[in-house]
Each structure stands twice: as C-alpha cells, then as structure tokens.
Design a protein around this ligand. Structure first.
Ligand code: SAM
Length: 449
C-alpha cells in the first residue's frame, strides 16, 4: 500500500533518489574518515570494509537503505512489464555462475589484470569458446568480471569471491547447483496434493530435482564432493552474512572465566571459533554428528590448535534427536539448525536441549528472523523509513530468499519472531530478548521455564 507521507509515485521516486544520494554520502564520508575511497568495481585489492564483520554499522545500514531504495525506485519508474520480465530472467545469472565456478574461471584469471582471451580460458576449462564468452558477458554485464577488450575478461571485486580458495565460491556452488535445481521444482512440489502440504524433507523439491533427499544424497561415497562443498559453503555463508560476528553480538566480556557454551549442531564450529579467539576464557563444547565432528577436529587443528591444546574446545559427537546433549553447560547455542526442521523436530530438539540445561543455563538461538512487511508502531524490529518497506525490502531480501531456499532443500522454513517464541514455549522456554546480529541474523535469548 502507498505511504500516506508520499502521495504518488513522483513524490516517492524523488524521496527514494534523495535517500540514495544521502546514504551514498554516508558511505563516502565513512571511507574518507579511514583515509580511503570506495574501491572501484574494477579493483582487485581488498577494501577496508569488504568483510561484514569489519564493516561499521552505519555503512551496513547505508548499504541496506541504498539496495532497498534502488530496487524500489526502479520498480516505481519502470513499466510493470519491463520489471516483471527482468525478474523472470533472474534464473540465468545463477546458471552462468555455476558454469564459471565449476570451470574455475576466477582462478584462471588470478594475477592477470590485463585479462585473458576467452579462447584461452575455454581451452583450459574444456568449454566451447563462444558459449563461455556469452556466459562471461552476461556476468560482466551484471558487474561480476570485466571485459577489458572484446573477448578478453579479467577479474574484478565480485568475481574474486568465486576463486575456489574463498569459501564463498562453495556457497555459490551449492546454491547455484543444488539450490537452483531444487527451486525449479518448487511449482510441481507445491501443486502436488501429497507433497504440497507436507513438511517432510523427503517430500521437498530437492528430491524431485536430485532423486533423493539432500542428506541421503550427500552420504553416498560418489557424492562426497557435495558433502565437502556443503561444509565449506556453511563457512562461506557465515562470512558473507556476518555470522562470524558472534563475538560482538552478546556481552561475553561480562561472563566469568570458564563459562561453557554448547554449540549444538555446530558443524565445524566455525561460528564459535572466532568467539574463542576474542574471548579465550570461554569453553566450547561442540556437538554434531560423528562424521562432522571428525571434520571439525581437522578444522580446529588448522585454524586454532591453541584452543585444542588449552582445552577451550571439546568435541562431543551426538545425534541431537536421540542422544543426551552434554549436561549442565551455561549456554546452549543453536545456529542455523532450526531452519532445517519442521515444528515437530524443532520441538523435539529444543526439548532435548531443555533436559540438558540447569536452572541457570541460557538458550541462544542464532537465526534469521523474518520481519513484518506491515508498519507497526510497537514493532521490536527497527523499521526502514518511508517510503521504503518497513522490513527494508530488497535491502534484507536475503532472509526471504533463504526462506524459499529452505522450502526447496528440505521443506523447512525461516521463522518470524512469534514462531520462534511459540517453538520455545512448547519446549519449556521463556523468551527473554532479541539481539541484533547483523544483516541477516538475530540472536534470540531464552531461559528455561
Ligand atoms: C545448517 S547446518 C548449521 C551448522 C552451524 N550451526 C552453522 O551455523 O553453520 C546444520 C547442522 O546440523 C547438523 N545435524 C543435522 N542433524 C543432526 C543430528 N541428528 N544430530 C546432530 N547434528 C545434526 C548437521 O550436521 C549440520 O552441521
């Protein structure tokens, strides 16, 4: 619905353009204050604020406002048919990204600022020259890679994220391969009378696309690369969405030495690793399935062997539905796990956590929390200024994209605050507080009832 403050599209468009100009100035000023300028898109050297974890809050906010306002301005001024057609064609970009990730084009262009002819790239990647050129041109038109001379391509700021040593490229691989294919079957899955209303992972679109549910597929020896890519993709996702910022989100400094945090379904423990680096007096108990715990040991040996030597990290394999979790930890931390499961399993898992807790333990759920699209004067969420949508629209669209992605992968979902509070209360928890944890995350604090 149109804002009452802005009566028509013209006043909205002008307000959006003003907002964009003002927020660009915020970013320029923040860079100047650190003696820098915004890196040009063609640059291949890291900028000071490339990692969300290092980005000042005012820059993150300005970026969200600019993204929201640019998208809303384009949708306001362009013809509806044009906007809808562009949205419809969005699928071709991830299809092209998967080709360049699998062909390791960004790796082939490393150290070549002058670029490389597409013929050379195609030969190295064993692809057809003409088709690879068209793929790269589509991506370069969307600011990933640059065409420095006709048919000569080079890396830029965005394509460097596709280099295979950057865990972001594993995330891109996972989403543009398993994610894109699953999404293509969401329509058939929703209209099918059996799978449409089902919340079972085996009824998800993923199975129609790949023949079996995701974790069954990943267990097959010949598909090991998918399991490895998934673990790496979790790290990539955490890096790009500020998930590693846990150390700054909660007042860990105020806790006594030896405070124990059980990272439930923590995968390799990549979310709690920076926490221990920042607060070495804390103790982590990492719990995940046995095979994952073995991967986690390797990860910590590589990334923080001191934490193993100092016994800051304990590796405890578990099936969190069947086994008891480590008893009596001060905190139970569950990050990006509940979004994999339907209500029944979430309540089963949370009830298991509740049983392991003492009366002084705290539950922290670190997850995406969907924000309402309707403006509300009593909202606990920070709402974007008018004429933007209160949930920051495209500035925070990642939350809603991830919600549909979870539907496609495992028939699960991202949740609203009310849904999390309801899950908690069904498992014996009282909601205490929501902590802002970055662009796409919130930290929800609960205590046992
Ligand atoms: C989406 S990942 C989240 C990992 C990590 N917390 C993060 O934030 O990146 C879900 C995790 O739950 C683990 N998991 C799934 N089923 C499990 C079970 N039955 N018992 C223990 N862990 C399980 C998976 O191995 C995986 O590491």
């Amino acid at each position: 619905m149109s804002s009452k403050l802005y009566e028509n599209g013209s006043s909205q468009a002008v307000a959006l353009a003003d907002l964009i100009a003002a927020q660009v100035q915020v970013i320029v000023t923040a860079y100047s204050a650190s003696g820098q300028t915004i890196p040009s898109l063609d640059s291949t050297t890291a900028g000071p604020f490339d990692e969300p974890a290092n980005t000042p809050a005012n820059i993150s906010m300005a970026i969200q406002l600019i993204e929201a306002a640019c998208a809303q301005l384009c949708a306001t001024v362009a013809s509806p048919g044009h906007s809808i057609t562009k949205k419809t064609y969005n699928y071709v970009e991830p299809a092209c990204m998967l080709v360049v990730v699998n062909a390791k084009i960004a790796d082939l262009l490393l150290g070549k600022p002058e670029g490389e002819h597409v013929e050379v790239l195609a030969k190295q990647a064993e692809l057809d020259t003409g088709k690879l050129g068209r793929v790269l041109r589509l991506l370069a038109t969307n600011h990933c890679f640059i065409e420095v001379k006709p048919n000569v391509f080079a890396n830029n700021r965005l394509s460097l994220k596709l280099v295979s040593s950057d865990p972001t490229s594993a995330m891109v691989g996972l989403l543009t391969d398993e994610g894109l294919k699953s999404s293509a079957y969401v329509n058939e899955t929703l209209f099918d009378p059996k799978s449409g209303p089902s919340m079972l992972p085996e009824d998800a679109a993923f199975k129609r696309a790949h023949g079996s549910p995701i974790f069954e597929l990943h267990k097959r020896p010949e598909e090991k690369y998918r399991a490895d890519r998934f673990a790496e993709a979790m790290i990539g996702w955490a890096t790009v969405t500020d998930g590693n910022d846990l150390s700054k989100v909660y007042p860990w400094d105020e806790l006594p030495p030896g405070t124990t945090i059980c990272d439930v379904g923590g995968n390799t423990g990549h979310a709690t690793l920076p926490l221990i680096k920042a607060h070495p007096k804390l103790q982590i108990v990492l719990q995940d399935l046995p095979a994952v715990i073995e991967q986690a040991k390797e990860f910590w040996r590589r990334e923080n062997p001191k934490a193993i030597d100092n016994q800051n990290i304990h590796f405890v394999p578990v099936d969190f539905f069947k086994d008891s979790l480590t008893h009596g930890c001060d905190y139970y931390y569950i990050r990006h796990v509940l979004h994999n499961w339907a209500e029944v399993e979430c309540i089963m898992l949370l009830t298991n956590v509740r049983k392991a807790m003492t009366s002084s333990s705290t539950l922290l759920i670190h997850d995406m929390v969907l924000q309402p699209l309707v403006r509300n004067t009593t909202s606990v969420f920070d709402q974007a200024p008018e004429p933007l949508l209160p949930n920051y629209g495209v500035g925070r669209v990642l939350l809603y994209q991830q919600d549909i992605n979870m539907m496609g992968f495992v028939n699960s979902k991202e949740r609203t605050l009310e849904e999390f509070i309801d899950l908690g209360s069904q498992a014996g928890f009282d909601f205490v507080k929501i902590w802002d944890a970055g662009e796409a995350n919130s930290l929800l604090e609960f205590r046992a009832l």
